[in-house]
Design a binder for this molecule. Structure first.
Ligand SMILES: [Zn+2]
Length: 266
C-alpha cells in the first residue's frame, strides 16, 4: 500500500480553467483549496467513487467529455496537417513520487507544444500502468502523459504508449531514479536527472486528437488530448521499475458520447 498525502498532488495539483471560474471567483491556484479527500485506483476511494467524494470532483461522474476513451482509427477523421507541433528538448527534470504516480517536473521553458496556434509549455510528465487510452483494442503496459499548459492555464496532454521491446536508452536515466516512496511536495530532494525529451517521443507524430479531461480528480474537462499512435519501447525490466511501485494506476475507459476524434500529424 502507498500512503497518500491529504493535499493535492500531481495532475490534481494543476490549476485548470474552470468554465464558471469568473462567476464563482474560485481561486485559480489549487494550493489555496482546502485539502481534497484521499483518492485511489481501487476500493472505496477508487474511480467509481471519485465523484461522490468531494463536490469539486463532480465532473468525474457527471462530465460528458471525460478521459480516457477507446480510440479506434476507423472512427478517426483526418485532421488538417500542422494543427499541432511538439518541440521538446534535452533538459533536467526533478522526479517526485506523489502517491499516485511518479512525476518528472520540468522547469525549462524551452519544451513547447503549439496547438491551434496557441503555445503550451511542458510542466511535467508522468506514467500510468497499464495505459489509460486504448487504441484499436490494444491496451499497452504503460502510457506516459506529457502535461503542457498555456498562459491561460489551459491544458494540452501528449499521450505516448509504451510497448514491450528494446531497452529505452532515452528514458533510462529517469527509470533508474524513480523515487520508491512518496516524496514530500516541498522537497525535490532527488538530484535532477537529464533526459532528452525529443528522443523519447516516437519519430512519427501522427496522433489521435480529441477534447477530454484530466484522468485524475478533479477530472476537469477542456483538456486537449494528443495521443500519438506510434508506441515507444521499453524492456520488461524497465517497465517493471515502474509497475513495482504502481502496479495499477489507470482510470477505466469513459464514454465517448459522440465526441469527434481526429487523426492528425505535425
Ligand atoms: Zn496522466
Amino acid at each position: 500500500m502507498h500512503s497518500f498525502k491529504r493535499h493535492l498532488t500531481g495532475l490534481t495539483g494543476l490549476s485548470v480553467m474552470v468554465a464558471s471560474v469568473g462567476v464563482l471567483a474560485l481561486p485559480l491556484s489549487s494550493d489555496n483549496w482546502a485539502s481534497p479527500p484521499h483518492w485511489s485506483y481501487a476500493g472505496e476511494s477508487g474511480p467509481s467513487h471519485w465523484s461522490a467524494m468531494d463536490p469539486r470532483f463532480v465532473a468525474c461522474g457527471q462530465g460528458k467529455a471525460q478521459s480516457p476513451i477507446d480510440l479506434e482509427s476507423r472512427d478517426a477523421k483526418s485532421g488538417k496537417a500542422g494543427e499541432f507541433h511538439i518541440d521538446y528538448e534535452k533538459g533536467a527534470v526533478a522526479l517526485v513520487n506523489n502517491g499516485h504516480t511518479v512525476q518528472a517536473n520540468v522547469s525549462d521553458a524551452k519544451d513547447t507544444v503549439v496547438f491551434d496556434g496557441d503555445t503550451y509549455r511542458l510542466s511535467q510528465f508522468h506514467f500510468h500502468a497499464p495505459s489509460e487510452h486504448v487504441t484499436d483494442g490494444t491496451r499497452f503496459p504503460l502510457e506516459i502523459h506529457f502535461v503542457n499548459e498555456d498562459g491561460k492555464k489551459r491544458v494540452a496532454v501528449v499521450g505516448v504508449m509504451v510497448k514491450l521491446g528494446k531497452p529505452n536508452e532515452s528514458l533510462a536515466p529517469v527509470l533508474k531514479s524513480l523515487p520508491a516512496t512518496e516524496t514530500e511536495k516541498s522537497t525535490n530532494a532527488s538530484p535532477p536527472v537529464t533526459v532528452d525529451l525529443a528522443s523519447v517521443l516516437p519519430h512519427n507524430h501522427k496522433a489521435y486528437v480529441y477534447t477530454g479531461s484530466l484522468t485524475t480528480p478533479p477530472c476537469t474537462e477542456g483538456v486537449h488530448w494528443i495521443v500519438l499512435t506510434e508506441p515507444i519501447q521499453m524492456s520488461s525490466d524497465q517497465i517493471a521499475t515502474f509497475t513495482r511501485l504502481f502496479p495499477d494506476n489507470h482510470r477505466p475507459l469513459q464514454k465517448a458520447n459522440g465526441r469527434e476524434i481526429d487523426n492528425e500529424s505535425d
